[in-house]
Design a protein around this ligand. Structure first.
Ligand code: NAD
Ligand code: WQD
Length: 348
């Protein structure tokens, strides 16, 4: 039987590559579209060693209409797109807002125009819990109906703007374009095979890559940004979700768009993707060290500007409607992160 084709923009990136593996495992044929601006072609070898073949790949810039169109005209029967392609560094977006507005908005606008032109009726969009900002105490854990807050960075604003654009497009086009927007909380970990994982460029800004690099001796010590927040241990609270669990939610979203389209609540749906458990920075350090039998040097440092104190997901809508949940034990996630770091550093 012919496999159903799914375009995966940003498919050699961190979350994209894990999703490509899950799509293949579920019988789909992903076509990766990536300009390799924040990923490496060797990711295809990693995918190959997990699934036994290299997925289809096109080195294309989604923000360039003609370049992107070449993919739609080359492949027929594309049924849906999962749109990961975007720049994602919060700090850099403050320094270089134009870069973020141009890349993240133009790529989405091109995708929409091409989806309409080539009758590709389904889009899964990578959104972020950043749209919630710091929810009030009575909105924690945060559900999809919580009020959105003005974003703190141009990056966050691009996610809000993209959601608004998608809403208008979905409403205006009825059944011909349906959208699922997935609001990720904090993705962490790597594939259990250690063949794919996160490859941060330069000094990592995110917690887990900094922890694994410190454990590997690449960084001397990790700073815990603030221990005087109004949380049980004083450090910030997040909802850390395993990247393979996150990837599976994309497959569930594709299945809903393709097979249960009529069950959708309107033309666009939003889902929180998290575990439902808030964990502090100090919790993460403790669990990482225990799960891997390691000591990681850390110090308490001043608060990081712009950090939200605490946010974690109410994922019940995704649990019920997508039939999905993030249930990999956190200890296994921590081991996967360390095994990946060891693999890329050639450590035993
Ligand atoms: P990533 O940087 O690893 O992957 C993004 C991929 O998109 C990269 O391979 C990059 O080369 C590619 N890309 C960027 N611009 C492109 C363009 N114009 N044309 C083609 N390819 C392009 O990031 P990720 O962590 O895998 O994130 C994927 C998506 O999820 C992004 O949209 C990001 O904003 C969103 N997201 C990520 C997180 C997180 O913490 N990782 C949290 C919430 C949302
Ligand atoms: C987590 C916690 C830090 C590094 C960012 C984006 C967000 C989303 C996910 C895309 C915080 C603390 C970190 C360190 C630390 N991305 N920390 N020492 O800030 O929740 O979210 O990534 O959409 O938009 O803003 O994630 O991993 O940077 O930080 O103490 O060296 O770890 O203060 O409390 P964050 P993070």
């Amino acid at each position: 039987m012919k496999k159903r084709r799914i375009l995966v923009t940003g498919g050699t990136g961190y979350i994209g590559a894990h999703t490509v593996v899950e799509l293949i495992n579920s019988g789909y044929e992903p076509i990766i579209v990536d300009n390799l601006s924040n990923s490496n072609i060797s990711v295809l070898d990693g995918v190959n060693s997990i699934v036994g073949f290299k997925p289809l790949f096109e080195q294309v810039d989604c923000s360039d209409f003609e370049d992107f169109e070449s993919v739609f005209s080359k492949y027929d029967n594309i049924e849906a797109t999962i749109h990961f392609a975007a720049f994602k560094a919060v700090g850099e977006s403050v320094e270089k807002p134009m870069l973020y507005y141009k890349n993240n908005l133009q790529s989405l606008l091109n995708l929409i125009e091409l989806s309409l032109k080539y009758s590709v009726g389904s889009i899964v969009f990578s959104s972020s819990c950043t749209v919630y900002g710091q929810p009030d105490k009575d909105h924690l854990p945060v559900s999809e109906s919580a009020p959105l807050q003005p974003a703190q960075s141009p990056y966050g604003k691009t996610k809000q703007m993209c959601e608004e654009i998608l809403k208008d497009i979905a409403y205006a086009n009825g059944d011909s374009i349906k959208v699922i927007s997935l609001r990720y909380f904090n993705p962490i970990g790597a594939h259990p095979s250690s063949q794919i994982g996160e490859l941060p460029l330069g000094i990592p800004q995110n917690l887990l890559p900094f922890v694994t690099q410190t454990a590997a001796g690449i960084r001397d010590i990790i700073s815990v940004f603030g221990d005087d927040y109004n949380t049980p241990d004083g450090s910030c609270i997040r909802d850390y979700i395993y990247v393979c669990d996150l990837a599976k939610a994309h497959v569930a979203s594709i299945q809903r768009l393709l097979n249960d389209r009529e069950k959708m609540d309107g033309s666009i749906e939003f889902f929180n993707l998290g575990t439902g458990n808030g964990m502090s920075v100090l919790d993460i350090l403790r669990i990482f060290m225990k799960a891997n039998g390691l000591e990681v040097p850390y110090k308490i440092a001043p608060r990081r500007a712009g950090d939200v104190e605490q946010v974690w997901a109410d994922p019940s809508k995704a649990n019920e409607i997508l039939g999905w949940s993030a249930d990999t034990p956190i200890e296994d996630v921590m081991r996967s992160a360390w095994n990946w770091e060891k693999k890329i550093r050639g450590l035993k």
